[in-house]
Design a protein. Sequence first.
Length: 105
Amino acid sequence: MTDQQTDPFEEFTGDRAGAVQLRRSLTVLRDKYAGTPLGHQLQLTLEGRMTMRDLAGDPEFASLAQAGMREYAEQWAAMSPEEKQALVRESEAAERAANEELGDP
């Protein structure tokens, strides 16, 4: 990738740390769904031959994402305010560490 090309994952997430995390997550899903049509779609996305927007439009991926969001919402709702605050602090610290590792402010 040259300096003039933009990273589609960074463009999608808005920062390099988010792009790294998105790639990791998609790689885990690709490996989990290897040998399936969804696994193929994930591989194409990781290779840059399919956009995140196209992947999100895939019914199987959309269903998987919706299930994950539902599970997250249920877990969040079950947390106390203190647990939520702790999770936010942990997430912020992880993001700062990732940005520092990448040399971003």
